[in-house]
Design a protein around this ligand. Sequence first.
Ligand SMILES: Nc1ncnc2c1ncn2[C@@H]1O[C@H](COP(=O)(O)OP(=O)(O)O)[C@@H](O)[C@H]1O
Ligand SMILES: [Mg+2]
Length: 370
Amino acid sequence: MNIGVLGAGQLGRMLALAGYPLANRFTFLDTTGHPSAGIGDVMVYTDQHHLADFLAKVDLVTYEFEHLPVALVQAIEEVRPVYPSSEAIRVCQNRAEEKALFDRLGIPTPAYRLVESAEELEAAARELGAPVVAKSVTEGYDGKGQAVLRDPADAADAWRAIGHPRLIVEAFVDFVREVSIIAVRGRDGEVVFYPMAENQHVDGILRYSLAPMPDLDDSVQQTADDYIRALLDELDYVGVLTLELFQGADGSLLANEMAPRVHNSGHWTMDGAVTSQFENHLRAIQGLPLGDTAARMPTCMVNVIGQEGDPAAILAIADAHLHRYDKSERTGRKLGHVNLVANSHGELLSKVRTCAALLPESPEPRFSFE
Ligand SMILES: Nc1ncnc2c1ncn2[C@@H]1O[C@H](COP(=O)(O)OP(=O)(O)O)[C@@H](O)[C@H]1O
Ligand SMILES: [Mg+2]
């Protein structure tokens, strides 16, 4: 089976690494001009001619990046199966569409408004009550295209700073922790769920993901499972879907956003779960049985951002698994991650601190259950 992947970043690279044992071959279609190093067979998409060559090589198509022209994915869908579908991309690449779907399915979200001018932004901040978070409806990632307004009077500056014609404005959520749920739906409609992860973001970028959480109530996992199942079924989805949520002091969940792909908050599954999110995505899109999603042991993913630190010292930590993306160092850039596995959450936290100390500019790890 030759799998075509739209996008050619580290997520695609890790998909391929999970697919080689299944005898999968991969061809990547890069639309950015910056494919990941060492990823394998990459074609750069510039015109229809390149697209035809790509399609001639592949049996089915998936993606690792959702900021793609929907028309391109729809055109591909005419000639090859695409999993997840172009409809999933259309909804997930647009925060307004995404929130409308959450509303329709009864999945609670922060209060929000859509605005198309600085004046409307200011009015929305007044109505919702500052602080609020303004986000471009499309193209944002890693906290880019966002601004926090402490006061409605910040609207003009925020509007200018974001520089986008349409924004979503959300009430600022006073969460106890950020969490995510990752689920996989097969071609036959079977769904499996990973244990939820606690995610620590700093300046909009994920730094740490830990799963399973030692203090998570079964009913909260069940609620998250119900939310993501509703999304998967509604979209007739095939593959891995991720839903980011905020958890309040009373345990309640508010949906933040979703990603129609394997996700940074699921990298812990590579070493901490029976089947990784990457393998399960490949199983799903090929119509193979889905793998067990159980966590083997408490696991924490530490992102390597900006600088590589000392890889040898990191590898000296017991049960540390270093995944480097073969990228050059640059401020704020995701260069790799470390999965730390331990017998207990206490031991895990001590490994996380040891690892963070080896990574320059790592923020202090903080988990809600400490
Ligand atoms: N309504 C909100 N209230 C509080 N914090 C928020 C809110 N929206 C986003 N954030 C913070 O900003 C981060 C990035 O926002 P998100 O909507 O997930 O965009 P991105 O696509 O960049 O990941 C979140 O993980 C969270 O830490
Ligand atoms: Mg996010």
